[in-house]
Design a protein around this ligand. Structure first.
Ligand code: PLP
Length: 364
């Protein structure tokens, strides 16, 4: 019997590189390419960088010149927070926010994983007037583990009314729903290429016009003095191509929400003990974070891998070691936090991938 190709449902960790990104990178490879050089080689490289900046600006609804390329979402998050002495953030942020602001005031979340707006109002009101200019509110747009979408427009409003700056880690939202940064009024927004089918090691921070930025990397003054270092031309070119391709994805993710819902309904019917995180609140259409049975997450992930389906444990394991998810802990999941698996579709995912997972999971 032929063995079916393995199915990849771990796109919140990273998505496969898109053919469009591969083609763009190939095209850029070879000639000397320092975008700061004034000769023809340099000018060609500059054009490629500026094209990519334009593509990302169009995808997220900001001006091209407000995009600062970085080495990824991690650097973008660190960069956004670097100029502030006080950070108000949520307990469910990615580690690149939590570790960048170890003394941050942490907002609790509800059992569904939504930031508690009443707590935010209280925390914001407690910031002394003289500290407001050095305070930033940073809340992610969508959580990488549960897919839960945060009420960002309200969060920005509450912070701005008190004169505080705002940042959002939009790494997981990018390409999945329409983003209009200008309308949202955020001061900073972080993005990463590899979650939308671009290469790893490249990302961006969008900075609202007029908002100052404290650089982390100083040197040659690239990126208008906001991020020094010769630009990662191949990465940036691939990011731009992926951003252009991602424009067509919003409808795909809307459809995927139906495949995901059907998958969850099937598992829920077969296994009434199923626990589904964020089930009753707005979620990304591609993500399902659930517990089926009482085995540890890693055991489930390995069993699914052997059966040909790649998913991840509730929490991403950056160094190969899985720890209980701080996100699910903050949601009050208790022992279930160590039993959750995360399923996440991507630009290449098809309906039958969710159907196959349902079959495999039902048989475990
Ligand atoms: N923020 C979120 C929500 C993420 O899921 C990730 C990636 O796991 C990052 C930031 C970090 O992005 P990068 O891998 O590009 O540094």
């Amino acid at each position: 019997m032929p063995v079916a190709d393995p199915i990849y449902l771990d796109n919140n960790a990273t998505a496969p590189l898109r053919a469009e990104a591969v083609a763009a990178i190939h095209k850029a490879m070879g000639p000397p390419a320092n975008p700061s050089s004034v000769h023809g080689f340099g000018r060609r490289a500059r054009l490629l960088v500026e094209d990519a900046r334009q593509s990302l600006g169009v995808l997220v609804g900001c001006r091209a010149q407000d995009v600062v390329f970085t080495s990824g979402g991690t650097e973008a998050n660190n960069l956004a927070l670097s100029g502030f002495s006080h950070v108000i953030t949520s307990a469910i942020e990615h580690d690149s926010v939590l570790q960048a602001a170890p003394r941050a005031s942490l907002l609790p979340v509800t059992g569904d994983g939504v930031v508690d707006l009443a707590a935010l109002k209280q925390m914001v009101a407690a910031v002394p007037v003289e500290q407001r200019k050095q305070t930033i509110v940073s809340v992610m747009a969508a959580n990488n583990e549960t897919g839960v979408i945060q009420p960002l427009a309200e969060i920005v409003q509450i912070a701005r009314d008190a004169g505080l700056a705002t940042h959002s880690d939009m790494v997981q939202l990018l390409g999945k729903t329409h983003i209009d940064l200008e309308a949202l009024g955020l001061d900073f927004a972080s993005f990463s290429a590899h979650k939308i089918g671009g290469p790893t090691g490249v990302g961006a921070l969008a900075v609202r016009p007029g908002q100052s930025l404290t650089s982390l990397l100083r040197g040659g003054g690239q990126e208008q003095g906001r991020r020094s270092g010769t630009e990662n031309l191949l990465g940036i070119t691939g990011f731009g191509a992926a951003a252009t391709a991602a424009f067509g994805d919003v409808a795909h993710y809307r459809e995927m929400a139906r495949w995901r819902d059907a998958f969850e309904a099937e598992i829920g019917a077969a296994r009434p003990d199923m626990v589904l995180f964020g089930a009753d609140v707005p979620r990304l259409g591609n993500t399902s974070c659930l517990v089926v049975g009482d085995k540890p997450s890693e055991t489930m992930v390995m069993a699914l891998d052997i059966a040909g389906v790649a998913v991840s444990a509730g929490s991403a394991c950056s160094s190969g070691k899985v720890t209980a998810s701080h996100v699910l802990n903050a949601m009050g999941a208790g022992e279930k936090a160590a039993q959750a698996i995360r399923v996440s579709g991507g630009w290449q995912t098809r309906r039958q991938d969710f159907e196959r997972l349902a079959q495999v999971l039902a048989g475990l």
